[in-house]
Design a protein around this ligand. Structure first.
Ligand SMILES: Nc1nc2c(ncn2[C@@H]2O[C@H](COP(=O)(O)OP(=O)(O)OP(=O)(O)O)[C@@H](O)[C@H]2O)c(=O)[nH]1
Ligand SMILES: [Mg+2]
Length: 389
């Protein structure tokens, strides 16, 4: 990231659903904020699909260009992924090279998320996974983009105008780096598999959900541990496992990376081993920010991502969190029973409303987890005599 931390964010809109476009832009601005970048203006254009050359059409592009120049904006962030050629064209349009122009940085959605993950990853496994995804993202974009990314990463920028030969050397280096990272990941995974085998006699429960819904807060509450929970996207990138005992039955509870719409596929790919924690769980606790205006869309994104990683069939408890933020009005009373029925119809058998902050209904949640864990525990230990909760 450079010194100029202002940005404009750019997204395509749907004329029929302006509120959804706004919500997407809110999320993008929140992602930018998480990366330390302040949004000073939003640009949208109602298009079915991005312009193949410059994402925006000609007129809008001109408007964006003028604004960026006039306000000396540091970053332009696009809500979708840009093709390598769109990126090159945008660089030319927005970034006319001159010695006194520090240059505007162009982010697409993947690059922004990758940057946040790079900032957040702590363990060797998470760091290796993110670096792998980053190199895979970089490889097809190694042209002018290289100098662009070098600058972004605090490089000297002296490679400007790199010739084909240098680019070819760079490509070779990146390929080498990719295979080194893959090897390293394999080794780490081997250790994790051994660890996991030793845990096969214990029931495993995983917290899943959209980012920023309260997974880590619930994890802390249920396991009395302290994991960083904050009002930022992707506060958790590493996965953490804790032993929890409810009513004499022990189980392992894991907290892991949150999901988001349009999660870069390289990241899902390289996070496969982290996501094993989810895939191999006996019970999933799907946490939802019930106070978020588009929580149903977020539920759909999570359900789809779970299906993508092969975790669709795992028994799930749907936890609708943050109910302390819901202020029912006369026109919109809060009928929790009706809401429960609604989610049951959507296929969620176990539904519960809680507030992790106000500790509301946490005992009810524990009881629900206990009932699910007990089923699996009795399969491993048929002679165990369960108590009623
Ligand atoms: N008002 C309210 N805020 C909550 C509640 N639960 C969590 N939060 C807040 O929501 C924000 C996100 O919480 P986290 O626990 O970090 O969420 P997460 O799902 O782990 O998020 P990521 O790791 O970023 O994916 C924090 O600011 C929490 O304090 C709740 O019940 N009510
Ligand atoms: Mg978290």
């Amino acid at each position: 990231m450079g010194k100029n931390l202002t940005s404009v964010i750019v997204a395509l809109g749907d004329a029929k659903h302006p509120e959804i476009t706004e919500e997407h832009l809110d999320e993008l601005a929140f992602l930018a904020e998480t990366a330390g970048i302040k949004t000073i203006r939003r640009f949208t254009q109602n298009l079915q699909s991005p312009d193949s050359r410059t994402y925006l059409g000609k007129g809008k592009m001109e408007e964006l260009k003028n604004f960026v120049k006039e306000k000396e904006v540091g970053n332009v962030i696009f809500d979708d992924d840009l093709t390598p050629s769109q990126l090159r064209n945008l660089e030319k349009e927005l970034n006319p090279k001159s010695p006194d122009n520090p240059g505007v940085k162009i982010y697409d959605r993947s690059l922004l998320i990758l940057d946040i993950f790079l900032m957040r990853a702590q363990t060797a496994q998470a760091r290796t996974q993110v670096e792998l995804a980053w190199n895979q993202y970089l490889l097809p974009r190694l042209t002018r983009m290289w100098t662009h990314l070098e600058r972004q990463r605090g490089g000297t920028g002296t490679r400007g105008g790199a010739g084909e030969k240098e680019i070819e050397t760079d490509r070779r280096n990146i390929r080498k780096q990719i295979s080194v990272l893959k090897e390293r990941l394999k080794k780490i995974e081997k250790q994790r598999i051994t660890q996991r085998k030793s845990r096969s006699q214990v029931v495993r429960v995983a917290l899943v959900g959209y980012t920023n819904v309260g997974k880590s807060t619930l994890m802390n509450m249920l396991s009395k541990s302290t994991i960083l929970a904050e009002d930022k996207l992707f506060a958790t990138v590493d996965s953490t496992v804790r032993k929890v005992v409810i009513n004499q039955i022990p189980f392992l509870l894991s907290d892991t990376v949150g999901f988001i719409r349009k999660l870069p596929h390289h990241l899902i790919e390289s996070f496969k081993s982290t996501l094993d924690e989810v895939r191999e769980a006996d019970v999933l606790i799907h946490v939802v920010d019930f106070a978020h205006p588009f929580h149903d869309n977020q539920i759909d994104v999570v359900t789809k991502t779970l299906a993508d990683i092969g975790a669709a069939e795992i028994p799930t408890i749907l936890v609708l969190n943050k109910i302390d933020l819901i202020k029912p009005t006369e026109e919109e009373p809060l009928d929790l029973d009706a809401m429960k029925g609604y989610y049951r119809e959507k296929g969620f058998e176990n539904v519960i409303f809680v507030s992790a902050h106000k500790r509301k209904n946490i005992d009810g949640l524990k009881e629900m987890i206990y009932e699910e864990v007990k089923k699996k525990h009795l399969k491993i230990y048929p002679n165990f005599l369960p108590q009623s909760y």
